[in-house]
Write a protein that binds this ligand. Sequence first.
Ligand SMILES: Cc1cc2nc3c(=O)[nH]c(=O)nc-3n(C[C@H](O)[C@H](O)[C@H](O)COP(=O)(O)OP(=O)(O)OC[C@H]3O[C@@H](n4cnc5c(N)ncnc54)[C@H](O)[C@@H]3O)c2cc1C
Length: 474
Amino acid sequence: MDDTPDNHPETARPAPRDHAVVLGAGIAGLLAARVLAERFARVTVVERDELPEDGPRFRPGVPQSRHVHILWSRGIEALERLLPGITAELTAGGSALLESPRDFLWLSPADWFGSVPGARVLVGARETVDWTVRRAVLRDPRIRILGGTLATGLLPGPDGNRSVAGVTLREGDPITAALVVDATGRGSKTPAWLAALGHPVPETTRYDSHLAYSSRTYAVPADADRRWHGVYVQGRPDSPRGGVLVPLDGDRWLVTLIGNGEHAPPTKDPAFLEFARGLRSPALHDALRGAEPLSDPVGFRGTANEWHHYERMDRRPDGLLVLGDAACRFNPVYGHGMTVAALGAEALGEALAGLDAERIPAAARRVQRRTAEAASVAWQIATSEDLRYPGTEGPPPDRATRFLQGYMSRVMVGANTDPEICARFFGVLSLSAPPNTLLTPWTVLRVLSKWRLPTAPTTEDYPPHHAAPPRVSP
Ligand SMILES: Cc1cc2nc3c(=O)[nH]c(=O)nc-3n(C[C@H](O)[C@H](O)[C@H](O)COP(=O)(O)OP(=O)(O)OC[C@H]3O[C@@H](n4cnc5c(N)ncnc54)[C@H](O)[C@@H]3O)c2cc1C
C-alpha cells in the first residue's frame, strides 16, 4: 500500500492533498473516481468484493444485478460524456440500445402505448454494465481499485472531527486522503461512522411501497415473436402486479415479476409462471410459452425510496461526500438509480470545476448540495407514483402532489394515444427533459383534449398494432 500508514486513527496525520479515496466500485463510485481523477493526482477505489478480472460476473456486493436494469437516455448521455465511446463498448458487449415504447409491448396503467418513438433506453445485464464501466475507468492510470477490501470507518483529521482524513479498513492500515467519497450503496454505514466521530446523522425521508421483485433468465425460444424486443405489463393500484421482459446477451431473456405487499411475486416454480399468467395482459406469459428457464427465480425486497439529507447538514466534516444510492435511492421500478448516479458524477465534475485539489475538502458541503440536486426529479417521480398505492408508508401526499398525480393520469391516457404527448412523457421519464415540458400550455391543452377517465380501462389482451400470437392448447 503506497498511502501513509497510520495505525492510530485517533491521532491521524494530515491527509495527502493529492489523493482522494472512493468507497465502493459500483456505478456511482466508478464514475466519481473518473471525475476526481481530473482534480487529484491519485484516486483509490476501495471495494469489499473481489472483482472479477476476466469478464462480467455476479458479485454479492451488487445483488440487484440479477434483476432487470435499464439505463434511460439521460443516463446514456451522461455516461458517454464521462467515458466517451462507452455506449459502443456496451452494445459490443451485448447490451441493446432500444427505443421505448416503440420496441416494447408496453401496457401502461391506462392502456397500451403505441409503436412510436419516445426515449432511448439501454438494456443489458447489470454485471456487463459494471464490468464495461470499470474497464473504461481503469484506463486512467491515476485510478486504482483495491478489491476485497472492506471500509470500516472514517479517519478523523488532525483538527479532531472537523474534517475527515481517510478511512479505516477491516484489514490493514487505514488509507489517508484529502477527500473521502462514500459510494457504498444502499447499505452505507456513513450515518453510524459520523456518529462515531461525534457528528449528527443526516435526516432521512423514506417512502416504502413494499414492492418486491422476482427474476430469472430464459433461453429465447426459436419461434419467438421478433416484432418486439421487450414486454412490460405495468401494475397499478387496483391491480398491483406487473412484469417486464428484456433481452440479454447470448440470446437470453431476463424476466422480472413485481408486486406490492401481499402481491409479492413468487420465487418458486410453477408459481412464477402462474403469476405471469395473472397479469393485466397475457402478453408476457404468452411470450414465455416454450421458453426454457436458465436459472431459478431470485427475489429482492427492500425497494424503499430513501433520501439521507447530507446536503441539509449544518454540522458535517470537511473532506466527505456521499453519492449514489448511499445518499439517495429510489423504488427501482422507475429505472432511475444508475441514471441518477451518472448525473451525480456530472454534477460533481461541474461543482469541482475551477477548484484545485487543496480547496476541495472545505467545499464538500456545497458540492454535496449540487450532487443532491441531481436526484430531485427522479425522487419526485418515484415518490408521487408510489403514493398512489394505499399501502405506501411515508409522509402523506400534499395538495400539489395529489394535483400532479391526477394530471399525470391524464398525461398517461394522452401518451397512449398521441405520439406528441408520448414523446414528451418519455422525455420526462427518461430524465432527458424537465418535468415542466408536461406543463406548457400546448401540452396541457393537448392532454385535456384527450380527456378520458383513466380509471375506466380499455385494456385489450394485446395492443391494436400488434395481434396476439396464435394460441396453442396447453
Ligand atoms: C431490484 C433492483 C432493480 C433495479 N433496476 C434499476 C434499473 O432498471 N435502472 C436503474 O438505473 N437502476 C436500477 N436499480 C438501482 C441501481 O441498482 C442503483 O441505483 C445503483 O446500483 C446505485 O449504484 P451505487 O454505485 O450507488 O451502489 P451499488 O451499485 O450498490 O454499489 C455499491 C458498491 O459498494 C460496495 N461496498 C459496500 N459496502 C462497502 C464497504 N464497507 N467497503 C467497500 N465497498 C463496499 C459494494 O460491494 C458495491 O460494489 C435497481 C435496483 C434494484 C434493487
